[in-house]
Design a protein around this ligand. Structure first.
Ligand SMILES: Cc1cc2nc3c(=O)[nH]c(=O)nc-3n(C[C@H](O)[C@H](O)[C@H](O)COP(=O)(O)O)c2cc1C
Length: 217
């Protein structure tokens, strides 16, 4: 769709570390829009974790854009985001899995950067203790953290802050999903190492939350 104005920004990438060579891309997301689709209290009333998605209905790029903005969008003059962060450190990142691959979200540029050019949703479902409903999702977000960024300043307390922040981000996404007519489920049961392998995470990164998103069945 022309209005979405998705265009590919050149960025040459050969991922030797990943053990596979692919051309990497960054996709400019369509601008997020502030709509009056639903009052917050309606979204709170309607939010429900679902365990069956309609596999025939696809979440659009505009909706993905909106969901990412809700989770980590930049809204303040000093880079502040939709979700609060202890010390404004912002140690979290959202990874996105769809049929074309695994992407990481860059909030400032509102861009998706390709990480793996392959559909990894089924494998992620396996890593999430074979919770098979994840496979039915049109798109899956994974909130990951760089805990070291926050523990550097707040020491032991920093780990707690990072988990609290993931909760803020997840709830924003869950409520935005409802306001878009979508359903999303927070999933905390998964094998960290396996998820890390799928997303090509470094040792400094930790997966915290998986959020499959789609139309409820
Ligand atoms: C920290 C956390 C971890 C969760 N992990 C899972 C999970 O691994 N699989 C799942 O199906 N639901 C998971 N859920 C969703 C809960 O099962 C769900 O929130 C609960 O049943 C209440 O239902 P509701 O979300 O519709 O209000 C998790 C929720 C939270 C807050």
């Amino acid at each position: 769709m022309r209005t979405l104005r998705i265009f590919v920004i050149a960025f040459i990438g050969v991922s030797l570390l990943a053990g596979e060579a692919f051309a990497g891309y960054a996709v400019q997301l369509p601008k997020s829009k502030i709509t009056k689709s639903m009052y917050l209290d309606q979204a709170l009333q309607m939010r429900r974790s679902v365990h069956a998605f309609n596999t025939k209905k696809v979440v659009s790029m505009q909706q993905i854009s909106q969901l990412l903005w809700a989770g980590q969008g930049v809204t303040g003059p000093n880079g502040q985001r939709t979700a609060p962060s202890a010390g404004a450190i912002y140690p979290l990142k959202i990874y996105v899995l769809n049929k074309s691959g695994v992407w990481s979200y860059a909030p400032k540029e509102h861009v998706l950067k390709m990480v793996v050019a392959e559909n990894k949703i089924a494998e992620l479902s396996k890593a999430a203790l074979a919770q098979n409903f994840i496979k039915q999702a049109s798109v899956v977000f994974v909130i990951i953290a760089y805990p070291g960024k926050t523990t550097l300043r707040y020491f032991g307390r920093g780990s707690r802050f990072v988990s609290l922040e993931a909760g803020h981000v997840a709830q924003n996404i869950l409520l935005e999903a409802v306001s878009q007519g979508l359903a999303a489920t927070p999933v905390g049961g998964f094998d960290d190492l396996y998820v890390g392998k799928i997303l090509r995470l470094s040792k400094k990164q930790q997966p915290l939350y998986i959020i499959p998103i789609g139309y409820s069945k």
